[in-house]
Ligand binder design. Structure first.
Ligand code: C2E
Ligand code: CA
Ligand code: CA
Ligand code: CA
Length: 291
């Protein structure tokens, strides 16, 4: 029985170990399987036109007039339904998929602008989000110019939003890209400003036209003296460097009032409008004419 017990104990230990290990790998597998599925489905989703753009107005802080629109990508998965970009963009960033998405967004935004023009709508510029990865090379800018020409669009109707991370990761390449964009006449906005680790010297170094103050500073703006100070400083800094400032995620009138007092140039957020479909955005454009 001693031998039997020992082997039983060994067996139990092995099972426990196996279980522990098994448990660990299965949760790992679910995570990696999810990544694998998102990547696989995203690849076919781009082909099958499951991706489309929504547009969120950016408005003049003083007059409330719509100045431009940010294009935000949406994915309608045939089984899972609407998947947020917060979920699939980070996955796409891990492969060349993000470059396909970028191409889709550029083309779609230009196509939309050209549609609006054809319909006689008073078009506003569209800003698009471009991944840091895109900035590793500069060949896409030439392609961008060709797309603009194909749709007979003025480059000033496109703005590129990049995050601070892009600046830090690929300083040299980014600088070259930004200069080329400037040469063409495409404006550039620095997105999520204040959340990255970029030092202020970057602002001097890179030819950026607009700063977008991240939502995290705006969220508690009405209550937090700290956030008020930070927001005020960012606006002063940006204006000192001849940049425009956009406040992101403005949801309350109190936030708007505060931002107006600080001379913030533009407002973006649910207070004015959520991101809406292309169709709904056309209605917003039409309303502008009537104003
Ligand atoms: P982002 O560029 O910072 O975009 C702003 C996000 O804030 C959007 O989320 C927008 O819907 C949301 N938002 C706007 N106003 C408010 C507000 O008042 N309150 C709240 N709570 N949220 C507000 P969304 O559309 O889910 O996009 C999330 C992120 O995904 C974007 O953050 C951007 O980093 C990325 N993304 C979206 N579209 C694209 C794209 O076409 N290409 C790339 N590379 N990234 C994209
Ligand atoms: Ca953005
Ligand atoms: Ca942002
Ligand atoms: Ca953000």
């Amino acid at each position: 029985t001693l031998v039997k017990n020992a082997s039983a104990a060994r067996y139990q230990a092995k099972e426990r170990g196996k279980n522990g290990y098994h448990h660990y790998t299965s949760s790992m597998n679910i995570a990696s399987y999810k990544l694998f599925m998102i990547e696989r489905d995203l690849r076919s989703g781009i082909k099958d036109k499951e991706l489309y753009l929504h547009y969120q107005p950016r408005v003049d802080a003083k007059t409330g007039k719509m100045i431009s629109a940010e294009a935000l990508i949406r994915w309608e998965h045939p089984i899972w339904g609407l998947i947020s970009p917060g979920e699939f963009i980070p996955v796409a960033e891990q492969s060349d998929l993000i470059l396909h998405i970028g191409e889709f967004v550029i083309d779609k935004a230009c196509q939309t602008l050209s549609d609006w023009k054809r319909k006689g709508l008073p078009i506003v510029p569209i800003s698009i989000n471009i991944s840091a990865k895109r900035f590793l090379k500069t060949d896409w800018i030439n392609k961008l110019q060709i797309t603009l020409d194909d749709y007979q669009l003025d480059p000033s109707f496109l703005e590129i939003e990049i995050t601070e991370t892009a600046l830090i990761m690929h300083t040299e390449a980014v600088n070259t890209s930004l200069k080329l964009l400037k040469d063409i006449g495409i404006r550039v906005a620095l997105d999520d400003f204040g959340t990255g680790y970029s030092s202020l010297t970057y602002l001097k170094q890179f030819p950026v036209d607009t700063l977008k103050i991240d939502r995290s500073f705006i969220k508690n703006l009405s209550e937090s003296a700290q956030d008020q100070l930070i927001t005020k400083s960012i606006i002063t800094l940006a204006h000192g460097l001849n940049m425009r400032v956009v406040a992101e995620g403005v949801e309350e009138v109190d936030q708007l009032t505060f931002l107006q007092e600080l001379n913030c140039d533009e407002i973006q957020g649910y207070l004015f409008s959520k991101p809406v479909s292309g169709r709904e955005f056309e209605v917003l454009l039409q309303k502008q004419v009537l104003k």
